[in-house]
Design a protein around this ligand. Structure first.
Ligand code: B12
Ligand code: SF4
Length: 549
């Protein structure tokens, strides 16, 4: 029986739990505090268990270290969490654990597995998979393991019993984010992570969430599943009331307190608010800015360009925001519609123009290879980039679990070992997983290379025309092909430098210092956006209201 348990190594605490952040060999350069593991290990500690973290990805630990750890101590449970790119690593870690400590219950979670629990269980040979945000459902599971009971009727998990896989309902996600413990920072090497943290722009930077979820449903994104009850039911069979939750906000008081804590304990002065969508909700944005401005920190975040108005960006800048990641995705309206982005191109463009006016640095994130992408949509995107002085540095559209797009195509994936193995080793900024377009793959890759080079050469030498412009584009295409073959340790600094140099020069038109009234931008729905999420109606009303004196 899966719940038959071992003797405890130590009576002082309930269980010894090993938490592994599995490796992602495809992009070792991305260093970050894995928030999902951070929160779940904090819950385990709160329940009285002793947790040992092996941060294999960030610290580039080898499987030898894992074996030595397993030889030194007996663990009753192992937590693993992460992206789809880490599932291959989860399988390898599980294999080693089961070899040395067969009774240790391996529990998986995170966006890489929560949406495909049966596939993940079969592939990794783990014991239990969490099917969503786990803070509220973990304590009864741990209790059941500790007491050697089955976890019948515990929503939130899919697990083995004998030869069967038992699927419980998808659990309700935590509503009250203030009630959650802080991620267990002390279990991670915060000194190392914060000095290298992806998205950071300060000497010591960390990711932090001010909210969870997003009210939109872009088809390549996790929220296309999470905000779609019908799809959630299809995937999980049973879904608890409130399992499909849109955006949830923590109180700004708790946010400010955590920032203060991280600053005083670890000297963190820069934060990346890793919210899925920070910008749309005007009142909330104002509340956060008001609460953090006095703290004197620098920060960055991400959000929708079509909702980024001058006054919002100005407010953010005043509160210490150094740059914003905009999910622009494409310059083609046809593709924006196919992506269910609910965005109109002129509104997106206006957001970028607003950022330039305010002097807010931004990175416009693009993708290439979405179903429906054609030579003509790529050309449209190139024109959009040239018009708005942007370099097209796209990620290849990738089939990740936890998206509607994934479920539209998942039936075509027959070899899961190929899928997880390839995902673990490729870097989506330069490699294609599968071609989802009707273009031949060779053509798609050539168009992507041309588009990058064409926008780059226009930025490098805007006055160059005719043959010389074409020659420069050709030269840059060759440079791109070479750089795509370089290791990330070489390629990432070049990419970042290009972004830093050209991102900054294009944001040179700075604030005139004048007070900005509300509503300095046409609201996105006036561009014909349909069906705005309920939670945003209020924000929209405020946006369209006459400016406050
Ligand atoms: C912040 C963020 C990042 C940050 C860092 C993440 C971090 N600090 O953990 C950075 C910038 C590094 C990042 C990078 C990328 N990201 Co990102 N990112 C996010 C974002 C916006 C939030 C993640 C987060 O921290 N959520 C908050 C935590 C608390 O939630 P959680 O991780 O899901 O954890 C909960 C549950 O899953 C569960 N759980 C998690 N682990 C465990 C373990 C156990 C044992 C249990 C029981 C439960 C459990 O309980 C947790 C608490 O409720 C998500 C969107 C999203 N909603 O997840 C995308 C997201 C995770 N990213 C995504 C992608 C694709 C990427 C990139 C590949 C993008 C790119 N093209 O380069 C890179 C690659 C990352 C890498 N490893 O190399 C995809 C992943 C798709 C997938 N299914 O794998 C997402 C889902 C966005 C999307 N498109 O929908 N990302
Ligand atoms: S707006 Fe961003 S976070 Fe929200 S659903 Fe779309 S891609 Fe996902």
């Amino acid at each position: 029986m899966w719940y038959r348990l071992i003797g405890f190594a130590d009576d002082d605490h309930a269980m010894n739990i090993l938490a592994v952040h599995p490796p992602y060999p495809g992009n070792k350069q991305i260093v970050y505090l894995p928030l999902g593991l951070g929160y779940t290990t904090a819950v385990a500690e709160r329940e009285g268990h002793e947790v040992t973290v092996l941060d294999m990805h960030n610290l580039r630990l080898s499987y030898d270290v894992l074996e030595k750890t397993l030889a030194r101590r007996e663990f009753q449970a192992c937590f693993m969490g992460g992206f789809a790119m880490q599932v291959k690593g989860m399988a390898k870690v599980t294999e080693l654990i089961k070899k040395v400590q067969p009774d240790c219950k391996v529990i998986l979670g995170g966006v890489g597995v929560s949406d495909i629990p049966e596939i993940a269980l079969n592939y990794t040979r783990a014991d239990i998979v969490s099917n969503g945000e786990a803070e509220n459902v973990l304590p009864p599971l741990l209790k059941a393991i500790e007491e050697r009971r089955a976890c019948e009727d515990l929503p939130g998990f899919v697990y083995r019993r004998g030869g069967d896989i038992i699927k419980q309902a998808r659990a309700a996600a935590p509503d009250d984010l203030d009630a959650l413990p802080y991620p267990a920072y002390h279990l991670f090497d915060v000194d190392y992570i914060s000095t290298k943290s992806y998205n950071g722009r300060g000497p010591r930077s960390l990711h932090l969430m001010t909210s969870r979820g997003c009210p939109f449903k872009c088809n390549f994104c996790i929220n296309s599943v999470l905000n779609n009850r019908t799809l959630l039911k299809e995937i999980h069979g049973k879904v608890e009331e409130e399992a499909a939750k849109s955006q949830r906000f923590r109180s700004v008081g708790s946010l400010a307190k955590e920032i203060e804590f991280l600053r005083s304990r670890y000297g963190i002065t820069d934060f990346h608010f890793a919210d899925e969508e920070f910008i749309t909700h005007r009142r909330r944005l104002e509340e956060v800015c008001q609460a953090i401005e006095p703290l004197g920190i620098s920060w960055s975040t991400s959000g929708r360009a079509d909702w980024a108005t001058e006054d919002k960006l100005h407010r953010m800048k005043k509160a210490g925001c150094t740059y914003v990641l905009f999910g622009v995705e494409t310059g083609s309206q046809t593709l924006l519609d196919l992506m269910d982005k609910n965005a109109k191109k002129p509104a997106v463009a206006q957001g970028l123009i607003s950022a330039r006016k305010v002097g807010m640095d931004f990175i416009a994130n693009f993708m290439v290879g979405h179903p429906g992408e054609t030579e003509s949509t790529i050309r449209e995107t190139v024109d959009f980039c040239k018009e708005h002085k942007l370099i097209f540095l796209p990620a290849f559209v990738t089939l990740f679990p936890n998206s509607k797009m994934f479920h539209d195509f998942a039936k075509n994936i027959t070899d899961w070992d190929w899928y997880f193995k390839t995902l673990s080793t490729i870097d989506f900024n330069r490699n294609l997983l599968v071609n989802l377009t009707k273009m031949p793959q060779k053509k798609l890759l050539a168009m992507r290379n041309w588009a990058v080079a064409e926008t780059f050469s226009t930025m490098l030498a805007p006055k160059l025309t005719g043959v010389l412009h074409k020659a420069l584009t050709k030269l840059l295409t060759v440079a791109l092909v070479i750089s795509d073959r370089c290791p990330n340790s070489l390629r990432m600094p070049i990419r970042n430098a290009i972004r830093a140099i050209f991102g900054r020069t294009t944001s040179k038109i700075t604030s005139d210092g004048s007070d900005r009234s509300m509503s300095t931008q046409v609201p996105p729905n006036e561009y014909g956006q349909s069906e705005l999420p309920d939670a945003y109606e209020e924000s929209l009303r405020e946006l369209t209201a006459p400016p406050r004196k």
